[in-house]
Design a protein around this ligand. Structure first.
Ligand SMILES: Cc1ncc(COP(=O)(O)O)c(C=O)c1O
Length: 296
């Protein structure tokens, strides 16, 4: 047992050669030692895909939807298909190897590999999660930032890889720093043609009366595993749910807003561009209780 664990995969995809034909599916290595070659295209070009999966009491949540999205992201980048069985095995083994802790996370990363080798690099890293209590209970403030693309970018310009979970998160991190410069906790992206998209690392969910609404997932945003489970919760409670094109007027008119994601789960939005927003504390607690109790 240890507080951070790292497994390096021997053959991340069955479509490419293993790193060592005689080695096991994955090898445990020291998390704080160097393992990545300097010419790995994940490091030099951000050319790869990843997932971050919440682990509660040693149990990975929404594992199958995460693995499915990992595969879809890889396909969008024309990467070899991840071998889902070996990734699942490595994730479950990493969870079992971690010191018991209430909330942790597992990251799966697959890069295009070292330049010229045609052999992806893959690893699974697990560690305890930072404490999200404050965001979940006190809420977060966000600013609206223009993403610079229209809402139909995924269809018109698939090479921009909007909607894929790639390692190129430099832009998301720059948006987060801009939000902090403007005195907020996070940013919410808006398309050039005025539709609300997603956060820097989260999806938007709104309560409109007794319905939950989220932006349609074909507009260059991630199809969130947490958002899907928030909708599952709502439907179990008899609430209606909908995927819609969300305008700035819709955002303004909503009764409550959340940014939802793995690890932080549901963070109520208490201000947008410096304007206070109502927080539905009771529903927030019920959503987070549901999310933290997920057994699939
Ligand atoms: C840009 C973006 N949108 C949405 C999400 C939420 O996805 P999930 O709920 O599957 O973690 C993430 C998660 O990291 C993200 O990076």
């Amino acid at each position: 047992m240890t507080d951070t664990v790292l497994a390096v995969l021997n053959q991340p995809s069955r479509d490419a050669a293993p790193h060592d034909p005689d080695a096991d599916a994955y090898t445990w290595v020291e998390p704080l030692e160097e393992h990545l070659q300097v010419q790995d295209l994940g490091a030099t070009r951000g050319d790869g895909v990843f997932e971050t999966i919440t682990v509660v009491d040693g149990h990975p949540q929404a594992l199958e939807p995460h693995l499915a999205r990992f595969g879809r992201s890889a396909a969008k980048l024309d990467l070899p298909a991840p071998d889902t069985d070996v990734w699942r095995q490595a994730v479950e083994a990493a969870c079992a190897r971690l010191d018991p802790v209430r909330e942790a996370f597992v990251k799966t990363v697959m890069t295009r590999g070292v330049e010229g080798t045609d052999r992806p690099t893959g690893w699974v890293y697990a560690a305890p999660s930072p404490d999200s209590t404050r965001a979940r209970t006190e809420g977060i403030s966000v600013v609206l930032l223009d993403r610079g693309y229209r809402h139909d970018v995924e269809r018109t310009s698939p090479w921009l890889l909007q909607g894929a979970k790639t390692l190129s998160y430099g832009i998301n991190m720059a948006a987060l720093r801009e939000a902090v410069r403007r005195g907020a906790d996070d940013a919410l992206f808006v398309s050039t043609d005025g539709y609300v998209l997603e956060g820097t690392r989260a999806n938007l969910v709104m309560r409109v009366g007794d319905r939950l609404v989220t932006p349609r997932t074909d507009i260059g945003i991630l199809d969130g595993t947490t958002q899907a489970d928030v909708f599952r919760f709502a439907e179990e409670q008899g609430m209606e749910t909908a995927y819609e094109l969300v305008t700035l007027d819709d955002l303004r008119a909503a009764d409550a807003l959340w940014l939802v994601s793995s690890v932080r789960q549901a963070a109520p939005v208490r201000a947008v561009d410096g304007e206070d927003r109502p927080v539905d504390a009771e529903l927030t607690t019920r959503i987070n209780d549901f999310l933290l109790a997920r057994s699939v």
